[in-house]
Ligand binder design. Sequence first.
Ligand SMILES: Cc1cc2nc3c(=O)[nH]c(=O)nc-3n(C[C@H](O)[C@H](O)[C@H](O)COP(=O)(O)OP(=O)(O)OC[C@H]3O[C@@H](n4cnc5c(N)ncnc54)[C@H](O)[C@@H]3O)c2cc1C
Length: 469
Amino acid sequence: MMKEYNSVSEPFLADVRAVVGDANVFTEPEKLEQYKTDEEYDPRRFRVPEAVVRPANAEEIAAVVKLCNKYNVPLTVRSGGTSLADGAIAVCGGIVLLMERLNKIIEMNTEAMYVVAEAGVRTVDIQKMANEAGYLYAGDPCSAESCLIGGNLATNAGGSKAVRYGVTRNQVYSLEMVTPTGEIVEVGSRLKKCSTGYCMEQLVMGSEGTLGIITKVTLKLQPMPPYRFDLLAVFDDPFKALDVVPKIMQAGLNPTSMEYMDNSYVRACADYIEFKGAPHYEDGIYVIITVETFSEDELDMKMEQLDELCEAAGAVEVLEADDRIWAMRRNCQESISLVSKVSLTDDVVVPVDRIAPTIKEIMHIGSKYPFPIPVKINAHIGDGNLHIVLCKCDLDDATWEKIVHDFHEEVYAYAYAQGGRLAGEHGIGAKKLAYMEEFTPAGELELMRRIKLAWDPNLILNPGKVFNA
Ligand SMILES: Cc1cc2nc3c(=O)[nH]c(=O)nc-3n(C[C@H](O)[C@H](O)[C@H](O)COP(=O)(O)OP(=O)(O)OC[C@H]3O[C@@H](n4cnc5c(N)ncnc54)[C@H](O)[C@@H]3O)c2cc1C
């Protein structure tokens, strides 16, 4: 049974205004409309919030959370609103809380190699600041220009550097958060090792705004490797392209990135960024590999080895990947708009050694359903993470719903049988909640429920997300 919430009332709004100021509470319909969706394009999934609140700091957020508990009003946090899982949509109504005013980088310490930032700083601004000082912040989702660092922690975002550096949770020392009952707490530490009790910061990361509102983060910096090479291996057969992945790993080449684009993406992305003369536009399948080193000799040696491995795997051509190839990869998501207004981007993850059979099976499953255009696939192949895209085009709603559901049932069952999971980096949000309930082992789901209820007894934070609490 779903919990019932109260509507946003005038007394509630008056109390919230007293905390954040009149100018930071919005109730005008045209303003609320802006927050009815994130990167969801299916209008049936939109939900206009009852109010939008723009606090300035953790203290104000804590006070607003306490009011939400007092008045029984749900709260959905929104950072950049780039969620691909309906994560920032207020599916149970209530308020949307914007993080955009918590936008200061507080400290960068290059000696000790860390950055402290408020949660509303854009990811790209942290990357830039680190780069300008000669360091690397290794979190790198393709949406870095528009997402905020708190959103990255909340979803445990991945991205194109995860093969070498890991995902967002590997870049974080500690975080400050507002708990679901309105206390400000700092969890984690700036330690290389620690076995002092539960690892709370890791529990909060990836919890998608259901266990706390992240307000400040301490992030790791990495030394910036001075030598880099980007290679594009073009294949005419997806399985040859995927075969090269374990060989590169086994050779110890430690690439920073290994990305895959099927030919439908090669064409759509080249068209989207207007790149005339993209290599093998008509039939090429791209594997983009980045290697970074601290010495020129090591780079030369690794490039030579990579070249040999790709050719031995049957690459049609091996080229240097310039910025335009990376621009194509970064625009995979946006390029879909050229073919369909409504689409669904999936995020299945499997063990790296199961990625080739999984792609093969997904293509087979996809071919059984009448999708207007064949299933599209791009992937962070170095970490087993597949983005499967389904396009609605002008299919009617009922057929679309049915075939998407049946397709997903088959794909997820296969992925779990390989030891995989529903989401590698986008999270579950509201979009995959039913599948989360269906596919997560009962014992694990029950533990998650108990944690949620212990931390958020009134179910105030981001209800209707991840699983039914
Ligand atoms: C073009 C494009 C490319 C993308 N590429 C990648 C990619 O390479 N890798 C990847 O992992 N993802 C990618 N994504 C998905 C998305 O960008 C990530 O999930 C990102 O981390 C979301 O950050 P955000 O700031 O936009 O958060 P939002 O979308 O605003 O929120 C996401 C979720 O986190 C919660 N949340 C947000 N801020 C906080 C906070 N401060 N405290 C607690 N909870 C919070 C929200 O309630 C919501 O559930 C892409 C999306 C797009 C549109």
